[in-house]
Write a protein that binds this ligand. Structure first.
Ligand code: HEC
Length: 148
């Protein structure tokens, strides 16, 4: 590699590193556990909105896109899904109505504050980007789900 310009060497090193990080096992597990108890939404339209904006990280029905197989994106996706399911799982809902109410309430709150779905999720999932009126509809639906 003596006579190659510096940028060619840099490129070769980067390509080799990119290949090597693919061998790290973390992020390869894309298992979707069975649905245990589906959240009892107030209706189909709330469920559809939540499916579009939240299910990839907060359910056992994650759709794993091709780039979720490619490190380092695979690490970020795997961590988001694990943490998301830990915090709130629409596929492993509580059958206790008080707990269910609290969970729906927390969901409504983070959506109304604009915290969820995370802004970066919209980069690859434009269907999950909420304009003001859709956001309000989703908040209303989650609050109704809490109140039933
Ligand atoms: C790209 C993945 C992703 C998507 C999509 C997503 N979340 Fe989250 N969510 C997370 C992660 C990761 C956490 C835990 C870390 C944190 O709080 O930021 C979390 C935390 C939460 C929490 C509990 C923590 C808190 O801040 O109170 C709630 C409630 C929640 N999300 C609701 C939702 C709802 C409702 C949607 C859909 C509108 C949604 N999320 C979409 C990844 C996601």
């Amino acid at each position: 590699m003596k006579k190659w310009p510096w940028w060619v060497k840099t490129l070769v090193i980067l390509v080799v590193l990119f290949g090597l990080i693919q061998l790290i096992p973390f992020g390869h597990n894309h298992q979707n556990p069975a649905v245990v108890v589906e959240a009892n939404f107030d209706g189909q339209s709330t469920k559809d909105m939540v499916k579009a904006s939240c299910y990839d990280c907060h359910s056992n029905e994650t759709v794993w896109p091709w780039y979720s197989n490619v490190a380092p994106v695979s690490w970020l996706t795997a961590a988001d899904v694990a943490e998301g399911r830990d915090n709130l799982n629409f596929s492993d809902w509580s059958s206790n109505s008080v707990v269910s109410q609290e969970l729906f309430g927390a969901a409504a709150e983070v959506v109304s504050r604009g915290k969820m779905p995370p802004f970066y999720y919209g980069w690859m999932h434009p269907q999950a980007v909420l304009d003001a009126s859709t956001r309000q509809q989703l908040v209303d639906g989650l609050q109704k789900s809490a109140g039933q």
